[in-house]
Design a protein around this ligand. Structure first.
Ligand SMILES: Cc1cc2nc3c(=O)[nH]c(=O)nc-3n(C[C@H](O)[C@H](O)[C@H](O)COP(=O)(O)OP(=O)(O)OC[C@H]3O[C@@H](n4cnc5c(N)ncnc54)[C@H](O)[C@@H]3O)c2cc1C
Length: 461
């Protein structure tokens, strides 16, 4: 099982897409059929209906992170400081506003195309579950207020505890713009619309080689695609390409799902689809489903040597007991609620915590978009607009925005990345455990945790 979400979104045999066989040609070939690849294809079709677009997918569209995530559809308002680091203040606000608009656009798209993915527009709570986390949002809110932008509501402590269904939540701010979805149903829905619009999809056809000839050629076991433009939308798997290997950190995010207990959830006060994140660096994120289950995820999981997406990133999570422990700690009243399933998936963490888009080796015909850093459900739609503009060689607000930049920085080489990264993660976990007890970490722990690159520190204001 890749995720319970995907099990709930089966593809009927008649809906299977073919494997790539033989040598074909296309105007645009997109590698990777997750949200990023699918939104890019759909944005291109909307702008240039005559384009012949092919998607080449390793498994089936949505089987990657897009079919396994928490389903939080968030804006970039909370990441305003990170945005200001890569572009001007004016553009940072424009991009954050565009990311918030995408949430409504996704809702409209789903409505227009009858994609039933349990879209619930019930907002997101950015919460603190210990004193050390309190006010993690303060500087973001001050920066936003400086431009008269007020996307967050400050909630009193009693309301935070009442609405989350647990008094372990000490404080928090609420962003009504946010939503949740059943993520695999969204991915499968985009796939269906793409096929209906004439986008050719080849599944179970992993790219084995990207020939950097002119025009570029994608080689799979059964055939090749020669294309005028290539888009790499491979998320963490893009580390297989030498040019991108060090521009992201592949790290797991791990999820447990309970069985249904709707009545108890309702009487706890956590009665709607509000998504919640705490404010620790290795973030815990949780939401309910319409039938009354809890989906509880924890970021900052395991690394792999060489930054490869190994088999460990597929299927059941080795962190199930740890993540279930965080759930029980946050919701002691639900300690007796059993865990029905659990899974893992890879995150493509960039140094800035933001995605980046560009031209592989400076070539205008091979483009990439990755680094969504665990926040891609909403922002991949915006990424699709940026990649479409790059493919079409348009000079516009998307192709010229600050997220189009060279690789977005480099993580250290091996063995430093892997061993150093594990040391830093252990120190961060220790600090978070001490924070929960109201204790201060020692000098050594603080020093090691302080070595974290920006991509492993909190993306806060
Ligand atoms: C457990 C987990 C929880 C998350 N929770 C959230 C959340 O709540 N909210 C949020 O906004 N984000 C969340 N994310 C992140 C979000 O899922 C991603 O940012 C988003 O799905 C990225 O979309 P993508 O298309 O870039 O990647 P993917 O969906 O991973 O698509 C990449 C595709 O490329 C394919 N591929 C790889 N190699 C090849 C190859 N050689 N040839 C052909 N195809 C290939 C893969 O099979 C995959 O389908 C979470 C991620 C995980 C793993």
């Amino acid at each position: 099982m890749l995720s319970q979400w995907l099990d709930e979104a089966p593809l009927a045999p008649q809906d299977e897409a073919p494997r790539l066989k033989g040598d074909i040609r296309a105007d645009v070939c997109i590698i990777g059929g997750g949200y990023c690849g699918l939104w890019t294809a759909l944005a291109l079709k909307a702008r240039e209906p005559s384009l012949d677009i092919v998607i080449v997918e390793k498994n089936r569209c949505g089987d990657g992170a897009s079919g396994r995530n928490g389903g939080f559809v968030l804006s970039w308002w909370r990441s305003i400081a990170a945005l200001k680091n890569v572009c001007s203040t004016e553009e940072a606000f424009r991009l954050a506003a565009a990311s918030a608009d995408c949430i409504n656009e996704i809702a409209d798209f789903c409505r227009a195309h009858a994609i039933d993915c349990d879209f619930r527009h019930d907002g997101w709570l950015w919460a603190a579950t210990n004193q050390a986390q309190d006010g993690a949002w303060r500087s973001a809110i001050e920066t936003l207020a400086g431009q008269q932008v007020h996307p967050f509501e400050q909630w009193p402590r009693e309301k935070v505890a009442a609405r989350t269904g647990s008094d372990r939540h000490l404080s928090g701010v609420f962003e009504p713009t946010a939503a949740t979805v059943q993520p695999a149903l969204l991915a499968r829905g985009l796939r269906r619309v793409a096929l209906a619009q004439g986008i050719r999809i080849f599944e179970n056809s992993p790219m084995r080689r990207l020939q950097r000839a002119r025009p570029a050629r994608i080689v799979t076991a059964g055939g090749t695609v020669t294309a005028d433009k290539v888009v790499i939308a491979m998320n963490a798997w893009a580390t297989a390409l030498a040019e991108l290997r060090r521009s992201i950190l592949v790290i797991s995010s791990d999820v447990v799902a309970t069985g249904a207990f709707p009545e108890r959830l309702k009487s706890s006060g956590w009665a709607d689809g509000m998504a919640i994140s705490d404010s620790c660096t290795l973030v815990n994120y949780y939401r309910t489903t319409p039938d009354g289950r809890v989906i509880f995820g924890a970021g900052g999981g395991f690394l792999s040597y060489g930054n490869r997406v190994t088999e460990k990133f597929d299927g059941a999570t080795p962190r199930a007991a740890e993540v279930a422990g965080y759930f029980q700690q946050t919701y002691p009243a639900f300690r007796d609620v059993g865990i029905a399933s659990h899974w893992t998936g890879p995150i493509d963490r960039s140094l800035s915590g933001l995605p980046f888009f560009g031209r592989l080796g400076g070539r205008g015909d091979i483009l990439y978009g990755l680094g969504f850093s665990g926040n891609g459900v909403g922002p991949t739609m915006l990424g699709g607009k940026i990649l479409a503009s790059l493919v079409l060689e348009a000079s516009d607000q998307w192709s010229e925005c600050g997220l189009v930049r060279d690789h977005g920085g480099q993580f250290p080489p091996e063995p430093m990345r892997y061993f150093g990264g594990n040391l830093v993660l252990a120190a961060k976990r220790r600090i978070e455990a001490l924070d929960d007890q109201g204790l201060k970490p020692g000098f050594v722990t603080r020093t090691i945790a302080g070595l974290a690159p920006a991509g492993l520190t909190k993306v806060k204001g």
